[in-house]
Design a protein around this ligand. Structure first.
Ligand SMILES: [Zn+2]
Length: 82
């Protein structure tokens, strides 16, 4: 329940739908961004903690929304969750 937003614009972090290639984040006018999601290697420790260092993280080149891999849709890392 933390709704505190830092004064700086923090990138939105979303979970990527499998096979999603374009950003579906809406801007203030309610228009879908549709920017290209590009593989992003420069993510910080926050995201590493969530998805691991070698995760496939994508970022919208238009609005900088960060897309994390969909849960259960990662490449097999040997971690079974049953
Ligand atoms: Zn976008």
């Amino acid at each position: 329940m933390t709704e505190t937003t830092s004064p700086e614009t923090k990138p939105v972090v979303k979970t990527r739908i499998p096979f999603q290639r374009a950003c579906n984040e809406k801007n203030e006018k309610g228009k879908i961004c549709a920017g290209h999601l590009k593989r992003w290697y420069g993510f910080g420790d926050d995201i590493k903690k969530q998805v691991g260092e070698s995760a496939e993280v994508y970022r919208c080149e238009n609005c900088s929304t960060v897309y994390l891999p969909a849960p259960g849709f990662k490449s097999r890392s040997g971690t079974l969750q049953f």
